[in-house]
Design a protein around this ligand. Sequence first.
Ligand code: ADP
Ligand code: MG
Length: 702
Amino acid sequence: MNGQSFQTSIEYLKGVGTARADVLKKELGIKNLEDLLQHFPFRHIDRTRYYKIKDIQHDLPYVQVIARLTHKEILGEKHTKRLVAQVQDETGVMELVWFQGIKWVEKNLVVGKAYILFGKPGSFNGKAQMSHPEFDPYSTEAMQRKGNMTLQPVYSSTEKLKQFTLDSKGLQKLITGLLDQYGREIHENLPAYILNKFKLMTRADAYRNIHFPEDAIKLAEAKHRLKFEELFFLQLKLLKNKLLRVQKFKGNIFDKVGPYFNEFYHHKLPFELTNSQKKVLKEIRLDSQRGVQMNRLLQGDVGSGKTVVALMSMLIAIDNGFQTCIMAPTEILASQHYQTIKSLVGDDFVEVALLTGSTKPKDRKILHEKLENGELKILIGTHALIEDKVQYKNLGMVVIDEQHRFGVEQRAKLWRKNTVPPHILVMTATPIPRTLAMTLYGDLDVSVIDELPAGRKPIKTVHYYENSRLRMFGFMKEEIAKGRQIYIVYPLIQESEKLDLKNLMDGYEVISREFPLPQYRISVVYGKIKPAEKEFEMQRFVKGETQIMVATTVIEVGVNVPNASVMIIENAERFGLSQLHQLRGRVGRGAEQSFCILMSKEKLSPEGRIRLNTMVKTNNGFEIAETDLQLRGPGNIEGTQQSGLLDLKVADLTTDQELLMQCRKCVEDIFAVDPQLASPENQILNLAFQAKNAGLSWDKIS
Ligand code: ADP
Ligand code: MG
């Protein structure tokens, strides 16, 4: 609020004092005036609206009614004593009841008179009822008075706060006082040209109206303004970071394409690159020639061919005399990358090695030497490869797979691996909706591979219930007869490993009966089996010795069997969308038509149904991610949990996507002409930015 007064402790606000300040802090985290000002109502009650008795639904939070009192009487004794009254309008009858203040109410209610009643509706014995309603005698003046109090704020409170009379009403009083006393000190923090361009309400008006709106339109404008402000300053921070990083770090210059790239491109690459792959490769090329450190996020669906793009960028780095590495979150993924890269580059071309926690000390020693003398050009591994004792001669580029599992600290470690920090390419296999990417990775550049290699047939997905199981078995037999292989996946739920195993084993038994030896052979893989045994079973399937792989989600990552063309997911309703999508991505890797069968129980939750329908409807990972975001909200999307960047007060990344884009664009435009925010008209931004981010530096924010 740049007015210093808003940092004043809440204790000093009129009507607060030490005791109440204490509970406000403990219960709501309100420590100063600014915190209270930003304790926004979660709802407003529309006091302009009047209901007819017959239209009152019991689940409405509040209703306002004009009705005539037809009857009143006091019933019961002592504890059960209550005042029961009846009112009526032209549409129906409603009962009113009071358990407290009976005497006073009794005196003030007159049979035959009309009242304006306000309260939470309920029902008793199937009849409309309201307990402890507010009531005012009906008159034209009374109606006019009410007309001035249109939308009344409702604040979240707690039982504890209520003991200090800080219920919604109590908080409303405090905030009224706050605005009366300090309202004039709410200073603007956006330049006039932005307010004009985006038709935004001033800041002071916005704070006033979000609490006590003049009308519904003003309320919407106030919310809009505060959302804009929140998203704008977040983007300002992210993009400023990016600018600072560019200023602070030089980048290695990869200015030539040499024998490594050319040999690979002309003689080893077994297919034509897609246009998307070419486009991304160009983006990376441009980035790595500018003399600025590259920080690029590469998004693309499963199977879109990110790995090849990464490898080709790495070959350019090698052509320019640098070493490269790929960092994966798990050993399985690391060794899969290792194998993929090995098979792509072939022997006697470029030295590739794998380094993980299970690399033997003897081998490790040799690796370390080769890294230090520069002989080893491509190192693939888990985060073992950024440990301090791993020293590179000249690390020029790092590819990070599945970035979200790496912390900021690990990223910073990478930066320190070379005097000039290596270029960084982050690959994510889980597409993230654009708006989330803009926030979570707002300080990175983003490349997207949005097409699949040609000739790839979209996977056909169907949703079956138990009564189609026999049909499914028949289909499986047909596919196996064509020489295809099949996955059957069971959900894995941490709380009940035993039950999961039973689920899997029961399924396995049914399958074994339906697909008997010697005609059919089946692999089983689940979390608890010994690694050697698991490897053995996987290998049998990979080599085509078994036709069916029964597994828990352990196969989600790590296996690549192009001949497998059917993915069956049991209890599919128990999987999240991104997991279903990942699982489905295990098939459709060869030239054959692939299928995904989602088996579920009949009774589905509404959300479960949307998930399965979405899977049937689309193969597009971005679309699926978007639906996932709508269903679960930004905080629950995989990989976003720890990010404070998503703790927004008014804006909501699920619904405010368009506004976010506007803010981002607006900030980009500003930085394009005034990166220092030095122009007089941007002074106001500069000050606000510094106040908001005091004490932050580039490496504290990711
Ligand atoms: P991602 O890492 O994006 O999931 P991969 O790089 O593993 O995808 O590629 C999936 C498969 O597609 C691999 O077998 C790869 O060799 C192949 N592939 C990649 N690009 C192409 C292309 N342009 N044309 C044909 N096949 C491709
Ligand atoms: Mg891959």
